[in-house]
Design a protein around this ligand. Structure first.
Ligand code: SF4
Length: 301
């Protein structure tokens, strides 16, 4: 996270701008203002973004899109409304098809008025958002989850899109370890996850109303509970959430004789968690040229 303080990644969405404000966002990224020299990167993936830059007003067509992008961004995050249309609906706010500014759909942290908004004002808004991100990060570290207050409950079908987004964020670090984005957890579709949901128990760890971690498992009918896809958002790692979730999913299978779990051969953090919980390696199998699965087991007590 200390790296993110200096290298915020932004995502830009044109809700229904006339493109005037969008041109100014582009001006920030091109050599005239060149915010990339400060480490600010424009990403197209909300799962990688820290700051949501949004232009234009809200209407019935883009309401769900704005919400979807916002929901996929990991915590902590900040929203910057750029231009008078995004801040209030602007000159379009009385239109039959405009419902108002961005804060009618998602919480906005920084309002940057202007028509069109100036690049200097955009950069100033991003700097304000950085301060907000830093305060949120500190609050997250100091609050509930650091003290171990995470509620664990069974996930429902309605949670699946959020769980899939969480999984894809959580497994980015695994892809980086192996230089391989083909890991099954990263390629899973919502349809495949829904199929898993029909035959597995899914647990979710909720912190401050958001799903911060998850795990799933199933009984193979031959005395073994297979535990899969432990996923913890990067900001919540190192606080024991993963250990608590694995312990909780084990408790769901009180009749099995053993538990089995697997991870990649260079996933030292995962292996460390599982060893702390009493798991021991018993076999390894190649997955592809980059990854070998290490299988670990533990007897049920
Ligand atoms: S604030 Fe002005 S320039 Fe920006 S999107 Fe609205 S009308 Fe266009």
């Amino acid at each position: 996270m200390s790296g993110l303080q200096k290298s915020p990644w932004v995502i830009h969405y044109d809700a229904s701008s006339c493109n005037g404000c969008d041109i100014e966002v582009l001006a920030c990224l091109t050599p005239g203002f060149d915010v990339e020299r400060f480490g600010i990167v424009n990403t197209g993936n909300p799962k990688h973004a820290d700051i949501f830059l949004i232009t234009g007003s809200v209407n019935e067509q883009n309401r769900a899109v704005v919400r979807n992008i916002y929901d996929q961004m990991p915590e902590p995050k900040a929203v910057v409304a750029l231009g008078i249309c995004a801040t209030s609906g602007g000159i379009f706010r009385e239109c039959y098809n405009v419902s108002g500014g961005i804060d009618t759909v998602i919480p906005v942290d920084v309002y940057v008025p202007g028509c069109a908004v100036r690049p200097e004002a955009i950069i100033d808004g991003v700097v304000q958002a950085l301060g907000i991100l830093e305060a949120r990060r500190a609050a997250m570290e100091a609050s509930d989850f650091a003290a171990g207050v995470m509620t664990i409950e069974r996930a429902t079908a309605a949670d699946l899109p959020e769980l899939l987004a969480l999984q894809k964020v959580a497994y980015q670090s695994e892809a980086e370890i192996y230089g391989d984005a083909s890991l099954p957890a990263l390629r899973q579709s919502l349809a495949q996850m829904t199929e898993d949901f029909g035959r597995m128990i899914f647990l979710k760890g909720v912190v401050n109303g958001k799903i911060a971690a998850s795990v799933r498992g199933f009984d193979d009918g031959q005395g073994t509970a297979n535990i899969l896809r432990l996923s913890v958002l990067p900001y919540f790692r190192g606080h024991g959430l993963g250990r608590r979730l694995v312990t909780a999913i084990e408790a769901e299978f009180s009749k099995v004789k053993r538990f089995e779990i697997f991870t990649g051969h260079r996933s030292a953090a995962n292996i460390h968690i599982y060893e702390k919980l009493g798991y021991k390696r018993f076999k390894a199998e190649p997955f592809n040229a980059n990854v070998e699965w290490v299988y670990m087991e533990k007897k049920s007590s």
